[in-house]
Design a binder for this molecule. Structure first.
Ligand SMILES: [Zn+2]
Length: 161
């Protein structure tokens, strides 16, 4: 059978990821999603995307936050070893500095890891037909709000002559 390749509907993966990195809705680019630093809206006020796409969604952002923090603390440790190995600066200064980093980085990057993790999730599991308002997310995706769903309407499987 000559099955056409499924076409991705909605923004491209790079666009989705950059929006996530900028603390914006990965689907439509809407900003101001946080009521407070740690408190993201339940869904996007513009396109209606529910950010917690599945139960346990935020575990991914916590994991990403942990990995980034460990990476940055490790880099800081290596840099301080290189800089201070032969200096008179007491080692516990370095230890305290690294401890402060380990405590301050996670809350600072929390909102960014939330939207970025949601972006990665959308890149891996594309938006479904009923998940967002497609007139906002991708006005060219004609018919995705119909019963056919984005994949069926986009890959040419609609009944023809
Ligand atoms: Zn949105």
């Amino acid at each position: 059978m000559n099955q056409p390749k499924p076409t991705r509907v909605g923004p491209s993966v790079p666009v989705i990821l950059v929006r996530g990195l900028r603390k914006r809705c990965p689907a439509c680019g809407q900003g101001k999603l946080f009521h407070r630093w740690f408190s993201i809206a339940e869904q996007c006020p513009r396109c209606g995307l529910k950010f917690e796409r599945i139960e346990g969604h935020w575990i991914g952002s916590v994991g990403m936050n942990t990995i980034i923090t460990f990476g940055l603390v490790l880099i800081a440790l290596i840099v301080s070893l290189l800089l201070f190995i032969n200096s008179d600066i007491p080692q516990w200064y370095v230890a305290i500095g690294l401890g402060i980093l380990a405590l301050t980085i996670p809350p600072l990057i929390d909102p960014f890891t939330r939207t970025f993790w949601t972006a990665i999730d959308i890149a891996m599991r594309p938006l479904e037909a009923t998940e967002v308002d497609w007139t906002v997310v991708d006005p060219d995706a004609v018919g995705v709000n119909s019963a056919a769903g984005p994949m069926n309407s986009a890959d040419g499987n609609t009944p023809g002559p």
